[in-house]
Ligand binder design. Structure first.
Ligand code: S3P
Length: 172
């Protein structure tokens, strides 16, 4: 049963591209953050604020494994940090999985994140300069894990539709 996994930094378009791909492939589209929020009845921000990041990472790994246990073919958008914690990156190469790293430049990701920092706990309350520094630092730290994906798709200056079309061609 094939599972399509999308990984990449915050703002790389994982959720939107997963929704388009789900329509195109007629598979169920699943968003890891949304499942975590639904299961716990708390937003990702509230989980970070009330229980801390370590608690969130544990929940994230457990939720990922339980989603992947099912036999169903799905398109799954991971959270930006998912591959970099626990052994989650191994899932990108697992049997029955084809995975895509949506790779954006620091500038592209910065432009997308700087305007909407209230909804994302890791960027909330940070200045524009701090956000840029965080992106550079985390892209460096997470590079190895993101590159465990089967394919890397450059996303700069591309619409979610274009990215989904590129993925469809690679799946054909
Ligand atoms: C995170 C990314 C977020 C969410 C959480 C932590 C990260 O997901 O899982 O805020 O560590 O990069 P999105 O990439 O969907 O925003």
């Amino acid at each position: 049963m094939q599972k399509i996994l999308l990984c990449g930094y915050m703002g790389s378009g994982k959720t939107t591209v997963a929704q388009i791909l789900a329509q195109k492939t007629k598979l169920q589209g699943v968003d890891l953050d949304a499942v975590i929020e639904k299961n716990g009845g708390l937003s990702i921000s509230d989980i970070f604020n009330e229980k801390g990041e370590i608690f969130f990472r544990k929940l994230e790994s457990e939720t990922l494994l339980s989603i992947l246990e099912s036999d169903e073919a799905i398109v799954l958008a991971l959270g930006g940090g998912t591959p970099a914690y626990g052994n989650n990156h191994l899932q990108l190469k697992n049997e029955g999985v084809v995975s895509f790293y949506l790779k954006g430049s620091i500038e592209t990701l910065y432009q997308r994140l700087v305007g909407e920092n209230a909804t994302r706990p890791l960027v909330a309350g940070k200045t524009a300069e701090e956000i840029k520094e965080l992106i550079a630092k985390q892209l460096f730290e997470r590079n190895y894990y993101y590159h465990q994906a089967t394919h890397t798709i450059a996303i700069d200056q591309k619409s979610p539709e274009t990215i989904a079309d590129e993925i469809m061609q690679l799946l054909a």
